[in-house]
Design a protein around this ligand. Structure first.
Ligand code: 6GU
Length: 239
């Protein structure tokens, strides 16, 4: 198992400080992954270190210039020992991130995250790297809403990927349970822990019964009810 390298390119490198925490922080400490963060502005020219310009054809907002992006991505590629690279461009116009995509990306060697801001990155950057040897380009979105930039989307995508890398999760059994539920878009049963009564609310008695067959069928039933509610298959009032 070789370790996955992540290179993140952004004009706000500080957005990525949470990566030192929790699961992802531990994954770096135990050398399961490595993460390098690059400031796009280091590749910008002139006194103003500008990284954007007005859109050709007119319209509101600014577009990120291809030149600093090309330099930043080339530099990351040149400094990589990997033979294959996935360039992930975060954009609300991208393919929607799914568990299946996260699973696929968790098997890769080298992931580059390009975080656009404003009205996005000059599209020639996508086109150019689509025909670069050894590079796979993927435009990703994390959902149907507009964020200020790709940084938070990168954090979301990375967390979904990194927890799937072997050795990252303390208890890989939770991945097994998920793999049973997610492909069918079935959600999980509700969970409870101590105390047995909280603010007058008792834990469902079956969970205290010690009857594992009964618990299993109760959980399956609860998962069915939640899934039906989520997908609007029950009476509209139940939602
Ligand atoms: Cl990847 N970027 C931006 N700016 N907005 C988004 C998004 C990405 N995914 C959902 N909304």
């Amino acid at each position: 198992m070789s370790k996955i390298s992540f290179d993140l390119i952004s004009i706000f490198p500080d957005y990525f400080s949470p990566l030192k925490l929790s699961l992802i922080g531990k994954a770096q400490e135990s050398d399961l992954i490595s993460i390098a963060i690059h400031d796009l502005r280091d590749q910008a020219e002139g006194v103003h270190k500008s990284v954007d310009d007005t859109p050709y054809g007119g319209g509101a907002g600014m577009v990120m210039s291809p030149e600093p992006w090309g330099k930043a991505i080339d530099s990351v590629l040149e400094n990589s020992e990997a033979t294959e690279h996935d360039l992930i461009i975060l954009t609300p116009a991208g393919e929607k991130l799914t568990q299946k995509i996260a699973e696929e990306l968790s098997t890769r060697e080298h992931l580059i995250f390009a975080c656009g801001r404003y009205e996005g990155i000059d599209y020639r950057v996508t086109e150019y790297y689509q025909s670069a040897p050894g590079v796979r380009v993927r435009e990703l979105s994390i959902g149907d809403y507009v964020l200020g930039g790709g940084e938070v989307a990168t954090l979301v995508t990375m967390e979904a990927i990194i927890r799937l890398i072997p050795g990252v999760l303390g208890n890989p059994d939770s991945l097994v349970e998920e793999s049973h539920s997610l492909p069918d878009e079935v959600v999980e049963y509700p969970n409870f822990t101590k105390p047995a009564t909280w603010r007058g609310l008792p834990v469902p008695e079956v969970l205290l019964s010690g009857n594992h067959a009964l618990i299993k069928s109760w959980r399956e039933e609860q998962a069915r009810i939640r899934t039906a509610k989520l997908h609007g298959e029950l009476d509209g009032r139940t939602r």
